[in-house]
Write a protein that binds this ligand. Sequence first.
Ligand code: DGL
Length: 283
Amino acid sequence: MGASTSQKIGVFDSGVGGLTVLRQMYQQLPHESILYFADTARLPYGTRSPGEILQFVREILTWMNQEGVKMVIMACNTSSALALEIVRSEYDLPILGIILPGARAAVEKGQKIGVIATPVTANSHAYSLAIAEINPKAEVLEVGCPAFVPLIEQNLINHPYTKRVAGHYLNPLLQQGIDTLIYGCTHYRHLENVFLEILPRHIQLVDPATYVVSAAARELRMLGLKNRKTSQPTRFCVSGCPQKFAFLSKQWLGFTPKVEKISLPVLPDLFEPNLSNYKFPSL
Ligand code: DGL
C-alpha cells in the first residue's frame, strides 16, 4: 500500500540538534505533521563506532516505519555520514540525509570551505567527498569538535569555556583562510551567537538544516506526498529522560513540548562480539 499524504514525517537526531531541522520544517513545510525522535540515552553519537551508529539508525528507522511515517529526514550528520548509504536500500521509505544538501549549498557560496563536525563525521570525510563530486576545485578543511555536543546538551552554551573551546576549534580554520563555514553537526547552530563573536563578517555560514528541508519539500512534491490538510502537533519522543529534553528544548522551540519516553525495537546485534574462538587460558 502506498503512503498517504497525511502521514507524519520522521525526523531524528541523537538529541536537541535536530530541532534546528525541525524549526526549518515549521517554516518551510507548515502543513506537515512530524514525529521527532531524540536518542538521548545514547548521545553523543559523534564519538561512537561506525557499527554502533549503524545499529542505532536501523533501530530508529524500524521503529519509525512501524509508526507509519511517509518519509524520514536524518537530522543528524553523523548518521547521514555513516549509515545513510547502507540503510537506504533496507527500508521501503524515502530517507533523506543532510550532508549532500549542505555540500551543494556550500559550493554555491565559496571555494575554501571549513566544516566543523563531530569527530566521526570529520574522519569520514563525507563533506569533502560530497563537495569534490560537485566542484573538484573547492578546498575543504574538516575539523572534529568533540566538546560541542556535550556542552550544548548540558545547557552550557553561554559558559565562558564554550567560547574558549569554540576559538580553539575555529582558529586553525581562520588561519587557513576559509571563506565559508558549514555547520557539519545539527547541534552547532545552537552556538551561532558564540561563533558570531569569533568569526570575521566575510565568512559565509551554511546551515545544512535549511537545505535538507528544501530537498524534502522537493521530494514530497515529486512523490505526490505533500499534505494538503492541517498539520497535527509534533509528537516528541526520546530514549532518555523526557523532562530533561523538554526543559532544554524550550529555548529553541518557544514552547515546552510534551515528550514521551519510548523503547526502540531490539534488533539482532550484527556487531555482537564473537566469542566462539576465544581461547581460555589453561589453569
Ligand atoms: N547532531 C548530530 C550530528 O549532526 C549528532 C551529534 C552527536 O550526538 O554527537 O552529527
